[in-house]
Design a protein around this ligand. Structure first.
Ligand code: ADP
Ligand code: MG
Length: 349
C-alpha cells in the first residue's frame, strides 16, 4: 500500500516541480539549455525520483544513486547486515560517521520536543507489527513492558561508541530519508548542479530554482485523498529547501473499525492520537525537517506551534488537523496557495 502511495507522491512532486510558474527569463540561458537528467529508483522501502540540470547531471545522479544505496544498506533496520540491525542485535557498537550524525540530530530533537521524537521506539514498532508488515493491536501489558525499556536518555553514546539499554533498539525511519536527501544535495553541489529536485517517497528537497528561474512548486497531499493528484491540500513554492511530510495516512492498518498508523507516541506506546493528521516541514535542513515532521505530528498543534515560535529561523510548517483545518506558519506567507481557506500562524502569540 505505502509503496504505491509513495510512487504516486513522487510523481505528484515531479509534476508540480516541472509544472507552471512565473518565470524570470533573465535567469535562464535560452541559447544553451542545461542538460536534464532524471533517475528513478526504489530504496529505503520507497520510490525515489531524482532530477538534476547541468553539464555533469548524469554523473551527479550516478553518485547520488550510489550514496542512497550505501545509506540504505547502512541504516535499514530490516536488513540484518546493516549497521543499525547489527547495533540492535549486539546492544551497541562503534558507529559510522553517518550514524553518529543521525544520533546527534536525534538527541537534539528528542531533547527539544520532550521526547516526542524518539528513535528508541523500535521495539514498539516491532510489537505493533510495523517492521514486518504484520500489524495488529498488541496486548496492553506487553505495550507497558516494552515501553518501560524505551527512551533516548537510556542510550549511552560517547566518542562514537553507542551502548543500548537492555531491551532497546533504534530506528532511524523517522529521519533517515531527510538525511539522505541532504546528502544528495551535497553531491549535487559537488558536481556543480545549481538546479535540481529529489523526491524520496514524497519527501522533497530542491536545489536552486527551476530552469526558467521560477520557484519549485511542491504539492501537499490531501490526507483524505492521498492518491488523487487533483485534490491537493495546497502547493508551496520554494528554492533550496526540503518539504517533508508526516501523515497518518501513509502507513496504517485497521482493526475492529479503528485505524492505527505508523507514527508512535513514545509517551503511550500507541500510535499518536494528536489533533494533527498531517505535518509538512519546510526547511533548508532536510534531516531536521524529517525529524521534526514526525515530532510535531506527535506533539499536536499547540505544542508544535509553541516549538516553532522559538525556532522559526530554522523551519516553517503546514499543519492539517483532525477537523481538516489548515494552518501555515508566518515564513510561508505568500509562498503557499490552496483552494481551501487557511490560517496564518504568527511568530508572536
Ligand atoms: P514516513 O517515513 O512515512 O515519511 P515519518 O518521517 O513520520 O514518515 O516516519 C515514520 C517512521 O518513523 C516510522 O515508520 C518509524 O520507523 C519511525 N517513528 C515512528 N514514530 C516515531 C517517533 N515518535 N519518533 C521517532 N521515530 C518514529
Ligand atoms: Mg519524519
Amino acid at each position: 500500500m505505502k509503496k504505491y502511495i509513495c510512487l504516486f507522491l513522487a510523481v505528484v512532486c515531479v509534476i508540480f516541480s516541472a509544472g507552471c510558474g512565473e518565470g524570470d527569463p533573465s535567469a535562464a540561458d535560452k541559447s544553451s539549455p542545461a542538460e536534464e537528467n532524471t533517475r528513478e529508483l526504489f530504496a529505503m522501502d520507497t520510490y525515489m525520483t531524482l532530477t538534476a540540470y547541468g553539464e555533469k547531471s548524469a554523473e551527479a545522479l550516478d553518485a547520488a544513486e550510489k550514496e542512497i544505496k550505501r545509506l540504505d544498506s547502512l541504516l535499514s533496520v530490516g536488513d540484518e547486515n546493516s549497521e543499525i540491525a547489527r547495533t540492535n542485535e549486539d546492544g551497541g557498537g562503534t558507529v559510522s560517521e553517518d550514524t553518529a550524525a543521525l544520533l546527534g540530530y536525534s538527541r537534539r530533537i528528542y531533547e527539544e520536543t520532550d521526547g516526542a521524537f524518539d528513535i528508541t521506539i523500535y521495539p514498539l514498532m516491532k510489537l505493533w507489527g510495523f517492521t514486518e508488515d504484520k500489524q495488529s493491536v498488541p496486548d496492553e501489558k506487553k505495550i507497558s513492558s516494552v515501553l518501560a525499556d524505551t527512551g533516548f536518555d537510556r542510550l549511552n553514546y560517547n566518542n562514537g561508541k553507542l551502548t543500548l539499554g537492555s531491551g532497546q533498539g533504534i530506528d532511524f525511519g523517522g529521519i533517515a530519508k531527510g538525511y539522505t536527501s541532504g546528502r544528495v544535495m551535497k553531491i549535487f553541489s559537488e558536481y556543480g548542479i545549481s538546479s535540481g529536485i529529489v523526491s524520496l517517497g514524497g519527501n522533497v528537497q530542491c536545489c536552486g530554482k527551476k530552469q526558467d528561474g521560477s520557484l519549485w512548486r511542491c504539492g501537499i497531499t490531501d490526507p483524505d485523498h492521498p492518491e488523487d493528484s487533483s485534490s491537493l491540500a495546497g502547493i508551496v513554492s520554494v528554492s533550496d529547501k526540503a518539504v517533508i511530510t508526516s501523515g497518518g495516512y501513509e502507513r496504517f492498518f485497521t482493526e475492529k473499525g479503528k485505524t492505527y498508523h505508523h507514527i508512535m507516541d513514545p509517551s503511550t506506546g500507541h500510535p499518536s492520537e494528536s489533533d494533527l493528521v498531517s505535518v509538512s516541514i519546510v526547511s533548508a535542513d532536510a534531516t531536521l525537517a524529517d525529524g521534526l515532521s514526525t515530532a510535531c505530528f506527535v506533539m499536536g498543534r499547540e505544542k508544535a506551534v509553541q516549538y516553532w515560535r522559538s525556532h522559526s529561523d530554522e523551519f516553517d510548517m503546514i499543519l492539517i488537523d483532525t477537523d481538516r483545518k489548515l494552518y501555515i506558519t508566518a515564513g510561508l506567507d505568500g509562498s503557499f496557495e490552496s483552494d481551501l481557506s487557511f490560517q496564518l500562524i504568527d511568530r508572536r502569540e
